[in-house]
Design a protein around this ligand. Structure first.
Ligand SMILES: N[C@@H](CCC[C@H](N)C(=O)O)C(=O)O
Length: 262
C-alpha cells in the first residue's frame, strides 16, 4: 500500500506526518509501523508520528512516540500539525486542533511563528530523578503528559541521556519525560530532555512548558512574564498568563513531502 507522508520539525523535534482524514489509510496504525517510519536508517526518521484525522469540524492529532507508544500531547508536534493544516488543508488561524489532552488553539504570528494555548499546567509534588548514579531533586508537572523538571548547575550533569533517567515508578506508572535545566539569565533558561518513548530529543514543547512553570514558581515571577527556553534545536518563548494558561510560541517547518510503502 502506498500512502502520502510529510516530514516536519519544530525546534528540531522532528515528525513524520501522515494525512489520514477518514482513518482509511492507516487503520489502527500499529506500533510496528510507527517504529518503521521513525527509524532513522531504514525508515523516514523522526521522534514521532503525527497522524492527521478529520473529526467533525476539526482535525485530531493522533500522536505516537518513535517507539510506537501513545502520548496525550506533543507541543512541538501540534505546531507542525497546524502548519500542515494551514499549508495543505486550507485552514486559517485561530485554529482549534483536537488532541488526547483536549482542544488546543493555535495562532499564526506576523513573524510566521505559531503560538499554542497549551492549557493549564498541573503542579504536583517534589520527586527525584537520577542519571549516572547521581540523584537530582525534581518537580512533577503535568502538561497533559508527565514531566519531571530538575535544575542542575551544568547541562553536562544530564550525562549522555542514552538511557532513561531513573525515576519513581509509583509516581510515574506510565513513564515520564525528564528535563534538566540551567539558568541563562533573567527569565531565560536552557534545557535538555529525555523523552518517554523517544529518548533524548533536540526539543520538547510540553517539556519546555513544564520547565517554564517550574522556573516561574522558583522565581516567584508575576503571571504574564515571558520566559525564553533554549533547547538544543532552537528557542521557545513561553508565558504563564494571569488566567492560568500556558502560551508557547515557536517555529514549525515542513521540509519534505512524498509517498511511502513502508
Ligand atoms: N516532543 C513532544 C512530547 C512528545 C510526547 C512525550 N514523549 C510523551 O510520551 O509524553 C513535545 O514537543 O511536547
Amino acid at each position: 500500500m502506498t500512502y502520502r507522508f510529510l516530514k516536519g520539525h519544530g525546534t528540531e523535534n522532528d515528525f513524520v506526518l501522515l494525512p489520514d482524514p477518514d482513518r482509511s489509510v492507516h487503520g489502527d496504525l500499529s506500533a510496528e509501523r510507527v517504529r518503521a517510519l521513525c527509524d532513522r536508517r531504514a525508515g523516514i526518521g523522526g521522534d514521532g508520528v503525527l497522524r492527521a484525522v478529520r473529526q467533525g469540524d476539526r482535525w485530531f492529532m493522533d500522536y505516537r512516540n518513535s517507539d510506537g507508544s501513545v502520548s496525550e500531547m506533543c507541543g512541538n508536534g501540534v505546531r507542525v500539525f497546524a502548519r500542515y493544516l494551514l499549508d495543505h488543508e486550507g485552514a486559517a488561524t485561530p485554529l482549534e486542533i483536537d488532541t488526547r489532552d483536549g482542544i488546543k488553539t493555535v495562532t499564526l504570528g506576523d513573524d510566521d511563528r505559531l503560538t499554542v494555548d497549551m492549557g493549564s499546567p498541573v503542579v504536583l509534588d517534589r520527586t527525584s530523578v537520577s542519571v549516572d548514579g547521581v540523584s537530582h531533586e525534581a518537580l512533577h508537572v503535568s502538561m497533559g503528559n508527565p514531566h519531571a523538571v530538575a535544575f542542575v548547575d551544568s547541562l553536562d550533569e544530564a550525562g549522555s541521556l542514552l538511557t532513561e533517567p531513573g525515576h519513581d515508578r509509583a509516581v510515574y506508572p506510565d513513564g515520564v519525560n525528564v528535563e534538566f535545566v540551567v539558568r541563562r539569565g533573567a527569565h531565560h533558561v536552557a534545557m535538555r530532555v529525555h523523552e518517554r518513548g523517544s529518548g533524548e530529543t533536540r526539543s520538547c514543547g510540553t517539556g519546555a512548558c513544564a520547565v517554564m512553570v517550574a522556573t516561574a514558581l522558583a522565581d516567584e515571577a508575576p503571571r504574564d512574564t515571558a520566559y525564553l527556553v533554549d533547547v538544543p534545536g532552537g528557542r521557545l518563548e513561553i508565558t504563564w498568563t494571569a488566567d492560568d494558561r500556558i502560551l508557547m510560541t515557536g517555529p514549525a517547518v515542513l521540509v519534505a513531502e512524498g509517498t511511502s510503502d513502508l
